[in-house]
Design a protein around this ligand. Structure first.
Ligand code: ASP
Ligand code: MG
Length: 439
């Protein structure tokens, strides 16, 4: 995406351009839409330019797509988008009406009216450019612009949608295109937590997190905002504030590393603990230890469109280099496991694989934090914590700001809690917490 930047030339220096995005639960009823209007008006009356992005009412997109499926198992994608986009058209118009009723002025805009230009990959379109002119006009007329999220238009004028959860992406992309000061994502939880509060009651709300950490913590973050939107925010440097639409408490600020003072960054070596139960582990026993063997195995998987996460290959054992054999372990998503098995059975025969061992009772636990770059021994500390709970580590992978271990799934809660405590993330008893959603 390369948004065309059209600044609205604010007349006062203190005047901010604020994008406020409200998710499905936040616009789920008429009363909640009234609440959204109140919040937007308050920000506008405080002397700011306000652009509101709305999702469809919660459950509405599912309801629409279900109706489409009454007409066949694989309904035409173009018509699916024409249908699904109506959910956001409804909430955009209703939000504008609610603002009018409360004495404000607002105008709703659909994707094609703003001109959110996308490719033509219906149901999962990608944004190419956003023209900020129309939004700028509405703001200059002294109105609040209410934009339907999730939708765009291709260069033939067809309505497109950005994939499920896509209104977060709309909001951040529009914020980038109009050079907004902040993109506020209002949702039904009050921020991003140090780990899943359902697993660890002492999870704490993160006040500030870098884009990089947020991307690595995808499994935690994905529950509150579409990860694609974080990539766009990072690329264009849009500060994103994830917060609750039902309270005024500060949420989580997702920002660039420059947004942190050096003290803040080094304070905590680990920002969060994530887990992912979605992977399965395959081990190919006794494959030839020769050039080209893993290229063949993973080439076949790539051809089958299967993405592989961790890969481990042991050293070769055998009496001569020619006869040497080794074991190759890797992980794929559980959904891809049946296809991966079939591919491996075929390619395994060509590379001398003796047997394949499959384990889908695993979990990947990860610790993530920018501070790891400047702190040595974080991985070792993780291994010690798991060992002290008697948890066996089956595979390890690392990146600059993340360490992941595969362990048996039955230890998920124990591992997450121990790591959370061990890295000093536990909430103090006196700190408040409101992690539960208000769905
Ligand atoms: N309404 C769309 C969905 O349910 C987009 C969104 O809410 O972000 O996926
Ligand atoms: Mg959402």
């Amino acid at each position: 995406m390369s948004p065309q930047v059209q600044s609205t030339s604010p007349e006062r220096a203190s005047r901010k351009l604020v994008v406020m995005k409200f998710g499905g639960t936040s616009v789920g009823t008429i009363d909640r839409i009234r609440n959204v209007a109140r919040r937007c008006l308050a920000v506008s009356k405080a002397g700011n330019d306000v652009v509101v992005i709305v999702s469809a009412m919660s459950g509405e997109t599912n309801r629409l797509l279900k109706m489409a499926h009454e007409f066949g198992e694989i309904p035409d994608a173009r018509e699916m988008d024409a249908l699904a986009a109506t959910g956001e058209q409804v909430t955009a118009a209703l939000t504008a009406l609610a603002i009018h009723q409360q004495g404000g002025d607002a105008r709703s805009l659909l994707g094609h009216q703003v001109r959110v230009l996308t490719d033509n990959a219906f149901t999962k379109a990608r944004i190419k450019t956003i023209d900020g002119t129309k939004i700028g006009e509405v703001l200059r007329e002294g109105r609040i612009a209410v934009v339907a999220g999730f939708q765009g238009v291709d260069d033939q004028g067809n309505i497109t949608t950005l994939g499920r959860g896509g209104s977060d992406t709309s909001a951040v992309a529009i914020a980038a295109a109009i050079n907004a000061d902040v993109c506020e994502i209002y949702t039904d939880v009050d921020g991003v937590y140090t780990t899943d509060p359902n697993v660890c009651p002492l999870a704490r709300k993160i006040k500030k997190i870098s884009y990089e950490e947020m991307l690595e913590l995808a499994s935690l973050g994905a529950k509150v905002l579409q990860i694609r939107s974080v990539e766009i925010a990072m690329k264009y440097g849009v500060p994103v504030h994830v917060r609750s639409s039902f309270s005024d408490v500060e949420g989580t600020l997702v920002t660039s590393e420059e947004g942190f003072s050096s003290g803040e960054m080094e304070q905590l070596s680990v920002a969060g603990v994530a887990y992912d139960k979605n992977e399965a582990k395959l081990t190919m026993l006794g494959v030839q230890d020769q050039p080209g063997v893993v290229a063949k195995i993973f080439g076949a998987l790539a051809d089958g469109n299967i993405s592989v996460d961790m890969i481990i290959q042991n050293i070769g054992t055998g009496e001569s280099p020619q006869k040497s054999a080794t074991d190759v372990t890797f992980t794929v998503t559980k959904a891809d496991l049946p296809r991966a098995k079939a591919i491996i059975a075929k390619v395994g025969a060509e590379v001398g694989c003796r047997d394949v061992v499959i384990d889908d009772g695993i979990v990947k636990v990860s610790i993530v934090g920018m501070g790891m770059r400047s702190h040595a021994g974080i991985a070792a500390r993780m291994f010690q914590i798991l060992a002290s709970e008697g948890i066996n580590i089956q595979a390890i992978s690392t990146s600059e700001i993340k360490v992941s271990c595969i362990i048996s799934a039955k230890y998920t809660e124990l591992a997450v809690r121990a790591l959370h405590t061990g890295f000093g993330l536990d909430r103090k008893p006196e700190e408040e917490n409101h992690p539960s959603s208000e769905k």
